[in-house]
Design a protein around this ligand. Sequence first.
Ligand code: FMN
Length: 382
Amino acid sequence: MAKLFTPVRIGAYPLSHRVALAPMTRLRTTQPGDVPSAMMADFYGQRASEGGLEIVEAASVSVQARSYLGAASIYHDGQLEGWKAITKAVHSKGGRVFLQLIHGGRQSHVEMTGGVDPVAPSVVPFDGVAVTKDGFVPASQHRSLAIDEIPGIVEDFRAAAQRAKDAGFDGVELHAANGYLVDQFIQDGTNKRTDAYGGPIENRVRFLRETLEALISVWSADRVGVRISPSGEWGGISDSDPEATFSYVARMLDSYEIAYLHVIEPRVKGDETLHHNHAPVATKYLREHFSGPIIAAGGFDRASAIAIVESGDADLVAFGRHFSSNPDLPYRLKHDLPLTPYVRAAFWGGSAEDYSDFLTYEESRVLEGAQARATADAAEDA
Ligand SMILES: Cc1cc2nc3c(=O)[nH]c(=O)nc-3n(C[C@H](O)[C@H](O)[C@H](O)COP(=O)(O)O)c2cc1C
């Protein structure tokens, strides 16, 4: 059997297979207040499997951290019951569930941040987007953070990590990928600071280090993962030497003995898959710098997921879009069953349709059988 379908351990948790759910923001919280909805609990419950890992969509750690109307957040107690329903749905099927924590930084809009300018390490021209009541809109002009504001944001991450614990999650993942605030500090295309948080890489990772330590203070390192996207382009992010930067980041994360390093291969732009045949590159060099479990993500299919785990460059593979339309994805991959195509139009907001109404392979077989019998009965009656 391919290694992808065999047990593995991430930090504190033994898992029974290596097919994880990648975090996906689906803009289906209840407004106002970003309260996790019942259909979200259905969605995560449906995708849970015995000993499987799910990473729940990015949850903003404060009002200032918000980017997209309808996206998740975890900064007030009114959200806790909704989150508890989600962790309960996953645990009732024997799954493990981590919550991704995010600060959107400059990828935001004044309507999302409580009427104030979005913040970033530095002011650098940016033509990205946010989501408001008017849908996708250009991001507002951002301002650079004063150095004395940074401890407050680190505290927001700590408080959010505590709420995630109170809600019954098994751990948290720090979103240091895709051009959001932590990534904006790491990469030199967006970090032009001249203080202790900018300049050489040791300084550019200071914010990552401080937020990570805040999460570890709540959870311990074996229940904290970090997601990075070396050479990714989402969020207008760039670095003059991604391999050196992210090798440094991987070594630093290794020294904390975190639960896992989650790496988005630069093969996906927005929700478009680029270079289908492009071999994974980031995990290859990061493996030399990180000794714990690596989760690879970004444009994988069954064959490439099996291959990367066999090669040893990654220990698990996280699937986003295929998991969105195949609640039993680990089972389908294991048995090489056909996949239901995903529905891009339903990615960013909407109802339960094309969200939490996808059938498992067995359910669709039963349905097809019933439909065939109904057709045969109708033919007999005619
Ligand atoms: C609708 C949608 C929402 C996403 N939201 C997030 C998110 O909240 N956090 C994150 O780190 N990545 C997010 N991503 C990226 C996915 O986690 C994943 O890396 C990407 O879809 C590539 O994997 P795939 O080819 O298996 O879909 C999102 C992707 C999609 C399509």
